[in-house]
Ligand binder design. Sequence first.
Ligand code: IMP
Length: 428
Amino acid sequence: MPGKAEVIIGAQWGDEGKGRVVDALADRVDLVVRYQGGANAGHTVIVGKDKYIFHLLPSGMLYTGKTCVIGNGVVVDPGQLLTELKDLQDKGKDRARLVVSGAAHVVMPYHKVLDEAEERLRGKGRKIGTTHRGIGPCYADKVNRIGIRVEDLLDAEVLRMKLRQNLELKNLYLSRVCGVDPLPFDDLFRTAFDWGKSIAPYVGDASRVVNEALDAGKGVLFEGAQGTLLDMDHGTYPYVTASTPVSAGACTGSGVSPTRIDRVLGVVKAYCTRVGEGPFPTENKGEIGERLREKGSEYGATTGRPRRCGWLDLVALRYAARVNGLTGMALTKLDVLTGLDEIQVAVGYELDGEVTEHFPGGGHRLDRVVPVYRSLPGWKEEIGGCRKVEDLPENARNYVRFLEDFSGVKALLIGVGPAREETILQGL
Ligand code: IMP
């Protein structure tokens, strides 16, 4: 019997609560697979009084008997990976088996230096607002076909050769263009080779592991990082990350065919946030934005930066439903809206004198749009104890229904509070 393969993606600008959704669903599957991005992600899982933030490890690591896979599409910072593993080991929570694709690219220390230096060179007004985790420079090397892959860390000769080739160019660029001191070869080589020794037990053929699991009828969750509007092709370019967070990325980033994917669940926060630069049509810089930030604890899990906040954008959500082929939605943080008299949602954009319901491609057109809002009545009752949709106050139910009708996607999971059990599941 074939297994069920489900992709979990962020339908907005990241930080939708994907870690928590993956955690809620992980006990039903056998494998959890990360397929893109790197330690720029920060997936928060709260279990009892404990809070875990996974940057690189898949969010299924807390479950005994699961296999967690880091696919070829991920960029791996081995230092970060080993820190996260050690942290779990120290707490006695390293319960899952880990497989890291040998074909995944390695974020080297110079990628992080470059990330920071290039942002500085871009300057105010042109910087992207990256996480400084070396993500863009690492993917750039991959595309340029000079990247160092995880498997290269295991072979001293290959590593030496590739590192020498890379470092010559990087050091020239760093010192002459960025005004940064060159990095010494010997230190880097030793660090990278030691990483290789430490992660060797986890390195394997990830595509084979995932496909064989599906052949054996096992369930697989693909855990997207970042979000649709940060996708390199479908997001608000150039204010995007350097990978493919949309559902299609799950296939290229893990070596699984599109024909094997059964469902795509879009994680949607009940309002919108964005970290870093770039257009955000429904951003609210006033009282509402401030209230959402404080009540929703909207501070970056990776960088600690305050997130920009605003109302839910249904034009963008409908677009995300299309490019990801959403078969369901996980609506998170509905409780953060509790207490508001009215809640606004964007149902159209005014662009150059015309109203459209379609998300315009390209960052610059998006800069000029003015959202058209619909106002919906709020609710005052606390909803943390609700476990069925029928338990929700009527106005909260109507809010959810409005989102479903507009986007054409049903809410199969609704988050009503931060804890694992504060979740309504319907039809999942
Ligand atoms: P990078 O991925 O570090 O290159 O950053 C590119 C853009 O993506 C910046 O605007 C970041 O703030 C944003 N970004 C990267 N990772 C995340 C994430 O996990 N959540 C939200 N935004 C992110």
